[in-house]
Ligand binder design. Structure first.
Ligand SMILES: [Zn+2]
Length: 305
């Protein structure tokens, strides 16, 4: 069983508190992982605006206890309180993570803008977000980023084409089954896509059939496929903070089952790009998540339109 842990960092608080805790735990357990960090301002408070338009979001705020989990400062960030920087506020921490052997990739610039408005900001807006994010990464790390993971698993044709032109080692923008190459019409993107294969904790938290940590642990251990690559996305704000004990139990359970932990870049390095399946990207809904995410469509026979 292979497990790639993808750790998304969406907020200032997640970077400040969740990332060091996760790094310490993973280091102690000798577990490889890949951090994807939002580079720009923490506008997570703007997500509150979604409450006014989206009943699903309001329900989720209560269900996942967003205020107690994220803290009031984060929930108001970018609204009545000014937005704080995420990666740019912690350049030393970023460099330390890399020095300790963790992989670091780009998780967008303004996470909220990308997630909420990707279809509204147009090609120029998408390019602006990518450019700002990759420039910030280079400024902090002194070397270009090699991987991108879309905020909120949202992408569109303009984003896919712009990312492909950057010549990255891989991207991780979607939810799916196994690594693939994205098809847009007749075009096949060269950059492999390594999708998240498991549901995230915030999607299953509060489910009636998973009333406690023991049930949640059993559920997750059943989700990991023994004969496949499992890509599990966790959040610095969730597993790195309030849900750290549950995450520790999960990695111990996986270790007991003989899991081998790999970084996403190792997965990308061994992919044979021309033999990787070709799939369209489709928009899907995930139980427990409001709105759409990008998903891996059915395999397309290579050569077929
Ligand atoms: Zn994110």
């Amino acid at each position: 069983m292979e497990v790639a842990l993808k750790i998304d960092v969406d907020t200032h608080q997640g970077m400040q508190t969740g990332v060091p805790r996760l790094a310490e735990l993973l280091e102690r357990e000798a577990i490889a992982a890949s951090f994807f960090i939002a580079m720009g301002p923490d506008n997570s408070g703007r997500a509150i605006v979604r409450v006014l338009r989206n009943r699903g979001f309001l329900k989720k705020m209560f269900r996942t206890r967003a205020v107690s989990m994220y803290g009031l400062r984060t929930v108001l960030s970018g609204t009545v309180l000014p937005a704080r920087a995420i990666a740019l506020a912690f350049p030393q921490l970023m460099r330390e993570l890399a020095a300790r052997g963790f992989e670091i990739g780009v998780h967008g610039y303004d996470h909220v803008r990308w997630q909420d408005d990707i279809d509204e900001i147009g090609e120029s807006g998408v390019r602006e977000e990518l450019q700002d994010a990759f420039e910030a990464f280079r400024a902090i790390m002194g070397a270009p980023a090699r991987a991108f993971a879309a905020p909120g698993w949202r992408t569109n044709d303009a984003a896919a084409i712009a990312i492909d032109a950057m010549g990255l080692d891989y991207r991780s923008d979607t939810r799916g089954r196994y690594p693939y190459r994205c098809a847009i019409g007749d075009r096949i993107m060269a950059t492999p896509e390594i999708p998240t294969t498991l549901p995230t904790l915030d999607e299953v938290m509060g489910r009636r059939d998973l009333p406690d940590e023991a049930a949640m642990l059993r559920f997750y251990l059943e989700q990991f496929k023994p004969d496949a690559l499992n890509v599990h996305t966790i959040h610095a704000e969730t597993e790195g903070m309030g849900q750290l004990d549950g995450f520790r139990a999960l990695i111990c359970g996986l270790k007991e089952r003989g899991a081998k932990f790999v970084q996403m870049r190792e997965v990308a390095a061994r992919l044979n790009r021309t033999e990787t399946p070709v799939c369209e990207v489709v928009r899907v809904e995930m139980p427990g998540r409001s709105g759409w995410v990008a998903g891996q469509g059915p395999d397309r026979a290579v050569g077929a339109p």
